[in-house]
Structures are given as C-alpha cells and as structure tokens.
Design a protein around this ligand. Structure first.
Ligand code: SIN
Ligand code: MN
Length: 206
C-alpha cells in the first residue's frame, strides 16, 4: 500500500470527494483523450437484464470493459464490435495514482455518457474480484446529482452535486455502498460542446 498524495476536501459516508481536482485545462485534455477512446471503441447503450436499455451510453478502456445484456452484467475482453478495448489514457491513470492509495493500476476504465434526461439507478459496484481496491470516479461536463445510500438497499440517503473536474474515491466502507445519479443539469457546463455529463470510473476488476 502506498499513501495518496492528495487530501479530500470533503468526506461523506466515507466517500472521499476532491472538488475541482482537475482544472479546466486538465478537463479539456481528458475529454480529448476520451474522445480518442470513443473513436476506437464507440459508445453503445447497454440493455439491462430486465430488457430495458440504460439511459446512459457507455464504452470502456483497459483490459476489462463493462458490458450488460439479457444474460446479465459482466466484464468483457472486447468491445461489442469485437475489438480489444483501447488502453487507459495516461492522464486518467495519473488521477488514480494520486488518489487511490494503492500501488496496483486499474484494469478497467468505464466511460459513461449522460445525455439530457439520463440517470443511473441506485446500485453497488460488486462485479470485481477484490473489494480492497477502491473505485475512483471522475466527473466531466454537466453537474450530476449523486446520491449515496447504505451498504444494503434502502434507508436514508445523502445527495450532492458533482461538478466538472470533481473526483470521488469509494474505498473502505464506501466501496460497497449503494450509489446512483438521479439527474443531471443539462447545459450547466460549457465543457462538452453537445452538453451532457461524462463520468469515468476506474476499477481493479481481476
Ligand atoms: C457509476 O456509479 O457507475 C456512475 C457514477 C457517476 O456517474 O457519478
Ligand atoms: Mn457505480
């Protein structure tokens, strides 16, 4: 274990929140990196096992990418088009190195795009092999209302608006805490020309 070289400005139910971790220049550069990933591995709308398409569009970088269809949620070696997921951009890995507190690099970089009206229901991230490794999340573009629950479904929740450049680390008790995004404020950030919100999550999957 190494120690993180950054201190969170806010801790909410063990979620460590680094507000404006990336400045505008860093955000723009990261969006350019992610566009390159999406050029090689286009965004798609996963189907949930319940048969409904998710409102969020997704793609991944790394050796494990996130995928969902009728048979369930899982990590795959390839994009649905059959090609390997592109490598995780080094600028994204730099964020992990600074805040994760662990020496291992992530093998999955999931990129979620929230267009107008998109949301993500309350869920746990629990398809990874070892929960000792945190999940690191980077927000870019429009503001998103992030809801934090408990380690079991239901109960009281707390919400906060995540803004462009914010980084959240979900480790320790937060690692298996339910969380979701109720809504975004479409058009609240000038970062993405077409509007919307990008959330990048980094995980050690295997
Ligand atoms: C997620 O939990 O996968 C996404 C969280 C977010 O969009 O902030
Ligand atoms: Mn999640």
């Amino acid at each position: 274990m190494i120690h993180s070289t950054a201190t969170p400005g806010l801790i909410l139910r063990e979620f460590k929140i680094y507000e404006r971790f990336l400045d505008v220049e860093g955000q723009r550069a990261m969006v350019a990196d992610l566009r390159e990933v999406a050029r090689r591995a286009p965004f798609f709308s996963p189907q949930t096992p319940y048969g409904k398409p998710m409102s969020v569009r997704m793609t991944s970088a790394g050796t494990a990418g996130w995928f969902a269809d009728k048979s369930g949620y899982r990590y795959t070696d390839t994009h649905p088009q059959g090609t390997p997921w592109p490598p995780i951009p080094s600028r994204v890995l730099d964020v992990w190195r600074t805040v994760s507190g662990v020496a291992r690099a992530p093998d999955c970089c999931l990129i979620n795009y929230y267009g107008e009206g998109a949301r993500m229901g309350m869920h746990q991230d629990k398809d990874e092999a070892d929960f000792e490794f945190p999940v690191v999340s980077i927000s870019l573009g429009d503001e998103g209302l992030f809801r934090i629950g408990n380690t079991t479904r239901g109960g009281k929740t707390q919400s906060l608006w995540l803004r462009s450049g914010d980084v959240v680390v979900m480790g320790g008790a937060a690692r298996l805490t339910y969380h979701g995004v109720d809504r975004i404020r479409f058009g609240s950030s000038p970062l993405l020309e077409q509007g919307g919100r990008i959330n990048v999550t980094l995980r050690v999957v295997r």
